[in-house]
Ligand binder design. Structure first.
Ligand SMILES: Cc1cc2nc3c(=O)[nH]c(=O)nc-3n(C[C@H](O)[C@H](O)[C@H](O)COP(=O)(O)O)c2cc1C
Length: 164
């Protein structure tokens, strides 16, 4: 079977999660393509689709939301999974909830077969100056909070749901 892992990123963390996920899906025998949303990948030719998006100001990336809207019929017609990549997912107090994810899921015609909210990174040297000022004013914790083994484990977990 084939799958597309499409991702939207500003500072690169979501790309690394998507790469890890695609590698895990390939290990269980899924013929998996990886594509940046900026390349406008067409999900129609795949048996299953995963979309990953970074979170900014309580929303998923606009490009990811627009892509999901454009391809809504395709995504509703085959196994579709979604993951977010954010700063707050590193906070145990948030217990895995992500407002941006919940808001995005509410826009879909059909619920994904799987959803996850993963921690990303907040690295000041990877974001523009004006955003650094915003994050500092919000006292956002900085660091690399990614848990790539957890992303790979999620890939193995959702493979059967994607149809492997
Ligand atoms: C301007 C800005 C706004 C952000 N807003 C949020 C937010 O509302 N909630 C959150 O959990 N993380 C927020 N973050 C943290 C990002 O989600 C985190 O850096 C993530 O790794 C971004 O993914 P990316 O590197 O793929 O762009 C923000 C980061 C930036 C730079």
């Amino acid at each position: 079977m084939t799958a597309l892992v499409a991702y939207a990123t500003h500072s690169g963390a979501t790309r690394t999660l998507a790469e890890t996920l695609a590698a895990a899906l390939r290990e269980v025998g899924i013929d998996c393509d990886l594509a940046d949303i900026e390349e406008a990948p067409d999900p129609a030719g795949y048996d299953a689709v995963v979309l990953g998006s970074g979170v900014r100001v309580e929303s998923i990336e606009k490009s990811a939301a627009a892509w999901a809207k454009e391809h809504a019929e395709v995504l509703a017609s085959r196994p579709f999974a979604f993951f977010s990549c954010s700063g707050s997912a590193a906070d145990p107090a948030k217990a895995g909830r992500q407002k941006a994810t919940d808001a995005f899921l509410a826009t879909l015609d059909r619920a994904p077969v799987a959803t996850a909210n993963f921690p990303g990174w907040v690295l000041m040297d990877r974001i523009p100056l004006h955003e650094r000022v915003l994050l500092k004013s919000m006292r956002t914790p900085t660091g690399d909070f990614r848990d790539l083994p957890a992303v790979a484990a999620w890939g193995r977990e959702i493979a059967p749901l994607l149809g492997a």
